[in-house]
Design a binder for this molecule. Sequence first.
Ligand code: ZN
Length: 312
Amino acid sequence: MRQQHTISRSVSCSGVGLHTGQPISLTLNPAPPDTGILFVCHQEGRTVSFGASIRNLMSTDLCTALSANGTLVKTVEHLLAALVGLEVDNVYVELDGGEIPAMDGSASAFVRLIRSAGITPQERPQPYLKILRPIEISEGGRRVAIAPAATTKITCSVEYNHPMIQQQTYEYDWSVASFEQDIADARTFAFLKEVEALWARGLAKGGSLDNTVVLSEDGIVNESGLRFENEFVRHKVLDLIGDMALLGVPVIGHLTADRSGHALHSKLVQAILSQPDSWVLLNAQEEAVAPQSIYARPAHKPAVALQAASAA
Ligand code: ZN
């Protein structure tokens, strides 16, 4: 168990949104204990704040998008992965556009940004959700599951009928060092024929070889090559880490993902929250609150804290 963390000072970066193609500035600001990850969006002359929570999930089509009070933020998963991967629990994410900048298509730019800010421990212990009973979601040969374990682990498999991928499996034991070394640099990928179809529909406007590994019929288009021979499955681990952040607290358990994606990941988060007899919240210091569903809780509270209190 550990203390909660925030960043030591405000830091900014800017880039283009993968799907919107818009230039966007992003600033990370320190936040008090129990804030969680809170988006503060300045759009069209107004400011809207909402938490990185499954209750604000808008879409899992091509990326994970959150929305509240008429404000949409696309492609949150790589930033969320960097924050939870480095165990930054409390932060305000200020944005002047509707998407997180793509940067290089991985989490590495966000990791560098967080490292340049520094990470500060806070006075409160971090709650953890410990899985007690297995939960599984499967659909059409795709599967994601979580089972009890002493520590947090991910076993992730991908399968594509492409000579550069075929079948890849990756075992990830949760640690900040391993996240930085093994996962954060893995970039998003797409097939050339899909990219061309997206562009024809006016989608993926900001997509380029600078932020996506593009697969041709029998190889990759990017001249710089791959960062890891199994970069594809490593990126799926990155996506799963980012999507699991929508739980609101870190989880202790063994995650297994076979050919999964954002939609299935979000269904697992929803399934976990809807089965409070399958887990216990460790380190919770919430005062007792009236029973209420997670959908009624304030936006900035960790999703499970109130539900655990109401279930107790
Ligand atoms: Zn991704």
